[in-house]
Design a protein around this ligand. Sequence first.
Ligand code: ZN
Length: 389
Amino acid sequence: MTLFLFVMTLALTSQEISVAVFYEKKPQGVTITIQKGVYLVYNDYDIIDTLQIGNNISIIKESDYLVYRHKTKAWATNKNIRIVNNTDNAAFFINYSGSIEPARCYEGWIKVKLHEYSVLAVNYVNLDAYVAAIVERLSTGMASEEFFKAQAVMYRTFCLVNYAKHENEGFDLCDGTHCQIYNNKSTNRIIINASKKTSNLVMVDKYQNLLNPVSHLNSGGYTAPSEYVYGVSEPHLKSVKDEFAENGNNYNWKILIPAAEWQSYLINKGIKSAENKLYKQLLIVQQDERLNEFKIDNETISLNTIRTDWGWKSSLFSMSLDKGVITIIGKGNGTGVGLSVESARTMASKGFIYDNILKFYYSDIIITNLNHMNIYSEMLQKVRKEKPL
Ligand SMILES: [Zn+2]
């Protein structure tokens, strides 16, 4: 019975993941200052020091060793240095040698190791805390908790979709755009709670495959199916009619262009028949649904190509002609695929709960707990191996 309870407790704990910080900087060393809590310092798995709030240490690569300095003490080691929190509520500031950026603040614990010609600093952080940090970095302005809960499930899923990207290097994710920018812990209480309340929840299909939670700023009234933008159909990324988009700040846009310029663009893109058409025959009109392509005779161009070539905010637009000038009235902002962030905010403010919001934009998804999935025990084992106990 005791064993059973022990296993149950572990299964309900949120996961820890490892993120290499200052990964792209390839630093020669790091400095760490304890922000809160008590930390124990290990040379590999042997305790060598204790750090309290305000204590400041450095770990610098000197030839084939890491040199650890705290006040007047110094140790050299060719093993990993682990600085592990001894209390739950703990955080530290970290910066790298020669940095002109402000120090970052992270929760959890850190391992510093020699890595080719630099040091590698890996932050082991509770998955919910990591997810809150990502949601906070990507969110602007206030929103209700249900919006942030939807975002937390999305970015937790995204994190696990990318989970194995750095497997060969011995950590899960990096802190750059390659994985997801992670440059500080979250300090927003609503976001922290939203992540905790959705702890371990992720989006999967009926075969338990994690789903890529694609999103954009504003759908303009209709989301786009994935094949319009990515060329591949994804069952969870279908087009939906989105009446919530209208309230967003990015619902409308308008641009004027000379019709002659539009005609030469089409000809340059290989639509030869555009040459013999009247301007009014070259107008794209989208009503009540999104089109994938603009077709003249038998030649086509995708609206997503037009959006990226011209730098227009969306591919949902309609054209009208007046005296040689085309007026383009556009709706929405972004690819249009997946969840419309501004609409999701509106839904949350109208009282929709997070799983209804997610299921509105993502078709046929299941929101499940990570501990029902194989990846869970894999994650647990990895962290157990690393963490000195
Ligand atoms: Zn990465």
